[in-house]
Write a protein that binds this ligand. Structure first.
Ligand SMILES: [Zn+2]
Ligand SMILES: [Zn+2]
Length: 222
């Protein structure tokens, strides 16, 4: 590893205090997603409904979705450090947060949301893949691609929800064959357009069921 990056990692990813990747003060402020949740999509919902607007966004190919943290405060800072500053050790922190907060879905395979190859190389980090490997170890499950690839050159960032859905559906291609149930792993759940498109392809490839797990989620329901 680049020694400069190792040095850079000796600061808190949230507040930049010298020391651990996440200092004790910031660790205490992690925005854990606590219930009550929508039973299906895991959206925080004080009424504990069983279907909500997020369910509609995710479509019918996803059985459940769960995330460890909300995408604000320390949750957002960790994601920025991971994705934009290429701080790969955040993946280990993300995996440990998921293992602590999310019950392991019953499954035979873990599949990361495929990264656009050029973008992953450019940033030097493929967050979902790193996360899937770590969760596979923790949950004792094999990790595979499901035969899927991402062929888009256009980032989802900055697009409307409808545009994201179209962009994501075009971008995920493949012709794999899957048996059993799959856990689909991503770093951030935003509109859900990407996981929706990937889950659709996994179901087409034969997956009996797809459960989504992400590190953080952007809540859409106040
Ligand atoms: Zn800190
Ligand atoms: Zn829901």
């Amino acid at each position: 590893m680049d020694p400069l990056r190792l040095l850079a990692d000796q600061r808190c990813a949230v507040c930049a205090a010298r020391g651990a990747l996440l200092c004790r003060a910031c660790r205490a402020l992690l925005p854990w997603l606590r219930g009550p949740f929508c039973a299906r999509c895991g959206e925080p919902d004080p009424h504990g409904r069983v279907r909500c607007d997020r369910c509609t966004q995710l479509g019918s190919g996803i059985a459940t979705a769960r995330s460890a943290l909300a995408h604000h405060g320390a949750g957002g800072s960790l994601v920025r450090a991971w994705k934009d500053a290429a701080r790969n050790p955040v993946a280990e922190l993300a995996a440990s947060c998921i293992v602590a907060a999310v019950p392991r879905p019953a499954a035979e395979l873990i599949v990361p949301v495929p990264a656009a190859r050029e973008r992953a190389d450019w940033r030097g980090v493929d967050g979902p893949h790193a996360l899937a490997i770590l969760l596979g170890r923790a949950w004792r499950l094999p990790v595979g691609t499901g035969g899927l690839e991402r062929v888009d050159a256009r980032p989802q960032r900055g697009l409307s929800a409808a545009q994201r859905r179209v962009n994501a559906a075009r971008a995920i291609v493949g012709s794999g064959q899957i048996e059993g149930r799959a856990i689909l792993v991503d770093d951030v759940l935003t509109t859900g357009a990407t996981v929706r498109a990937v889950a659709h392809q996994l179901r087409r490839a034969g997956a009996e069921r797809v459960d989504v797990v992400t590190f953080v989620r952007v809540a859409t329901i106040p």
